[in-house]
Write a protein that binds this ligand. Structure first.
Ligand code: GLN
Ligand code: ZN
Length: 766
């Protein structure tokens, strides 16, 4: 009786099949028909997994060759003329919008891509025109895919981005002056048409995703729900039943909107992130509306604690009858890996604690059954689940008393450097002997084919640790020599030993586990495989000291050591869900603190702690949650860096340039030197540093490391000139935007030559 529902399933397939097929198509190795067939095969496979598990509401149209927002742009004819004019095939036009197209005389860049809420997935932003004409595609993808499933005997629930969310996340195309939400009246008839076509094809239900409801909404967007759902909710027998789905947050601050959506069949809310919203939501539901309770986590890899979920669901049942309750994943499972079955190397102990997409769909079904027929009907499942929960809670892997004791002993003072910045910088300048406009790089040097080959050989056991070490030393020697020849001021060892910013450190820390196939889509065909934090984190031995110390021994110039900061390690991993993220961040911070101290003792007097993910962890809404995050995140950074003497120079690096609303957090880190991405932005953005009287040193990137282009000395001088309109000369460092790992050595040398020459020019001048 109580229905089970899945909001979306990962698209890539068990072995990243979709990535492989798509890239093969882009590379001209398979035909368009081959790719389309592979998409069809994957959709069928994913539906069957859910059918076999017994899911009642199985999603369709959750598949996309690139991104679901891009699908909708094409579905509604939101295709800027620079793409449509080439008369490419629909699939190629779609990819052209997603990733750009440079072939047969066509040369168009991609549309803008943005992070999907606070996940690591990215959507392609719809770009609308002032005189935007919406047209419904002649073969609407949601209808095609619904029918495709029906042919397999599976009646699915098509997933469609809701009209308000679609427009709220759209933007005016370049050069256009229009607020997309104003286009709602023109767009709504297409939704009406689409819903009618789905109904005619046999669809009984449809899921309209409106996750913007979890954000702080401007009044115009908030007001748009009323006309939108008046139009869509009152279609009666002409449309499938609508579930309005929200996720990644609570909707209590927008609860009035539920009054305007009482004519839809069901409201879905995320009860993993915000279980406390349930009472307010139930109170705001219409008398016949169903609550879709998102209780199985769509954003993480942990097995659900079924006992606890049943408790929650039983409590919910006291205020809403079973006939109006549905049990669902908290969000689409897009953010989880495909199946645990592929993990052959995982330690059996921890394996029991995990649940990926294919396992989570079963959890939803078990919960629905437990609620409908009573827990006894799924006794065996509950017993196995309880055993796994117990094993996780009591394992020595999760609980390290030494780590806990160390955390308990942390005091406010541990977060503070000995002296204030002016005292520190005077000491550092004298001891490290830095010229005006010091030049440096962000850490990595080109990761050559040869480095990858040797690392692979080492991983496979084809060369010994000693041989690999020798190879890394050679690389370090090479990079140090290169920098001396270029006459850079603060050198780096080049990070040749690092496979990835987070994995490298995770592999050297207790408390982390790694998977072999647990990929999740980041954007287009790009996938990431985040390491998993399973337990209390500690550092058994130094992680980077050997390489950095070796680099120090090769030169008289100051050497900088680079570490990935606690928040970035946390954000780019699957975190634990049994302790607060601030606790995990503090554990990472303590481990890194030891590393920072060891580096300093080994003669590395400049230490950079990278935090490119600091900002993306910012809670979606303004207010107390945000302030709390800033406090613990900043504290973690400070704890990791404050253990050294005043003469050690602490740098940090951020790959973004928008500091307007985040400035206080950055300033609170109390770094000596900050390097930020800046080359593609207006130098005016630096004004915030002046306005807020930021006195620490700062190195806004002077060229874009993503491009192979070698900037001229003149260009860099111009850039520095612009920066000097805002920053004091004695404050300014000269460096690239980010690490150089994706460039070739030839490009790097050319680029850095211009950079050093430009810095020298200003040194003369001042
Ligand atoms: N130190 C890292 C590098 O140079 C920083 C990478 C990053 O900020 N994303 O590659
Ligand atoms: Zn960077």
């Amino acid at each position: 009786m109580v229905q089970s529902a899945v909001l979306g399933f990962p698209r890539m397939g068990k072995l990243r099949d979709l990535k492989k097929a798509t890239e093969a198509y882009w590379g001209g190795k398979i035909s368009q028909d081959d790719l389309l067939a592979e998409g069809k095969r994957l959709r069928a496979e994913h539906w069957k997994i859910q059918q076999a598990a017994g899911v009642d509401s199985i999603p369709s149209n959750d598949f996309a060759f690139y991104d679901q927002f891009l699908d909708h742009s094409q579905l509604f004819g939101v295709i800027p003329e620079r793409y449509s004019k080439h008369k490419l095939s629909p699939l190629d036009e779609y990819f052209a919008m997603g990733r750009g197209h440079q072939k047969n005389g066509v040369d168009v860049p991609a549309l803008e891509m943005v992070k999907w809420f606070d996940s690591n997935y990215h959507i392609v932003k719809p770009a609308v025109q002032e005189n935007q004409k919406f047209t419904l595609n002649a073969n609407p993808k949601p209808v095609v895919e619904f029918k495709e499933a029906l042919e397999l005997g599976i009646k699915t629930t098509p997933v469609i981005v809701g009209p308000v969310t679609f427009l709220a996340l759209a933007k005016a195309d370049r050069g256009q002056n229009v607020d997309p939400i104003d286009l709602l009246p023109a767009l709504l008839p297409l939704y009406v048409d689409l819903l009618a076509q789905l109904k005619a094809a046999g669809a009984e239900s449809v899921q309209l995703d409106e996750p913007v409801l979890v954000l702080d909404l401007n009044p115009k967007v908030k007001a748009a729900f009323k006309p939108a759902y008046e139009a869509l909710g009152n279609l009666g027998a002409k449309a499938p039943k609508i579930t309005l789905a929200t996720y990644f947050g609570d909707i209590v601050h927008n609860i009035e909107v539920l009054k305007d959506t009482q004519n839809v069949d069901a409201i879905h809310v995320d009860l993993v992130r915000n279980p406390e919203q349930v009472d307010a939501v139930i109170a705001a539901l219409g008398p016949n509306q169903t609550l879709s309770a998102g209780v199985v986590d769509g954003r993480n890899i942990w097995r659900s604690d079924l006992g606890k979920k049943i408790e929650l669901l039983e409590r919910i049942q006291q205020s809403i009858p079973a006939t109006r309750l549905r049990i669902a994943t908290s969000s689409s499972l897009l953010h989880t890996p495909h199946t645990l079955e592929s993990e052959k190397k995982l330690d059996p102990e921890v394996r029991e604690w995990f649940s990926f997409a294919s396992e989570k769909v079963k959890e939803v079904v078990v919960l629905a059954k437990a609620i409908t027929q009573g827990p006894a009907s799924v006794a065996a499942e509950l017993e196995a689940n309880a055993a796994a929960m117990k094993s996780r809670a009591t394992s020595t892997r999760t609980n390290d008393p030494a780590v806990k004791a160390r955390q308990a002993a942390v005091t406010e003072k541990d977060h503070l450097r000995k002296s204030a910045f002016p005292v520190r910088i005077a000491l550092q300048t004298k001891e490290i002997k830095l010229p005006l406009f010091p030049t440096t790089t962000i850490g990595s040097f080109p990761q050559t084919q040869e480095i990858r080959i040797q690392r692979n050989k080492f991983t496979k056991g084809e060369i010994t640790a000693q041989e690999y070490e020798k190879f890394i030393e050679k690389e370090i020697e090479h990079v140090v020599k290169l920098q001396e020849d270029l006459d850079l001021d603060v050198l780096v060892h080049g990070e040749p030993e690092r496979n990835d910013m987070v994995q490298y450190f995770g592999e050297r820390l207790n408390g982390y586990v790694f998977t072999t196939h647990a990929w999740v889509q980041s954007y287009g065909s790009r996938c990431v495989r985040p390491p998993i934090i399973v337990g209390d984190i500690s550092r058994p031995a130094p992680m980077t000291v050997k390489e950095s110390a070796y680099a120090v021994s090769l030169t008289k110039k100051p050497m900088k050591g680079m570490l990935t900061g606690p928040i970035t390690c946390l954000r780019w991993s699957f975190p634990r869900d049994d302790v607060h993220q601030s606790v995990q961040a503090q554990q990472l911070a303590l481990a890194l603190r030891d590393e920072v101290i060891d580096l300093a003792n080994a003669g590395v007097k400049v230490i950079q702690v990278d935090e490119p993910a600091l900002r993306e962890g910012l809670p979606l809404r303004t207010g107390s949650a945000r302030e709390a995050y800033v406090k613990w995140a900043v504290n973690a950074f400070k704890l990791s860096t404050a253990g050294v003497e005043d003469n050690v120079q602490i740098h940090s690096h951020f790959c973004y340039s928008e500091f307007q609303d985040f400035f206080h957090a950055i300033a609170a880190l109390d770094t000596d030197v900050l390097s930020i991405e800046n080359s593609k932005s207006d130098a005016k953005l630096l004004k915030v540093f002046v306005d807020q009287s930021f006195d620490a040193h700062i190195g806004p990137g002077v060229y874009d490391i993503h491009s192979p282009r070698v900037p001229t000395e003149e260009e860099i001088k111009e850039r520095i000139e612009q920066m000097l309109q805002f920053l004091k000369p004695e404050q300014l460092w000269i460096n690239p935007d980010c690490g150089l790992k994706t460039r070739t050595e030839e490009q790097t040398v050319g680029q850095l030559k211009s950079l050093v020459a430009a810095a020298k020019y200003f040194r003369e001048k001042y």
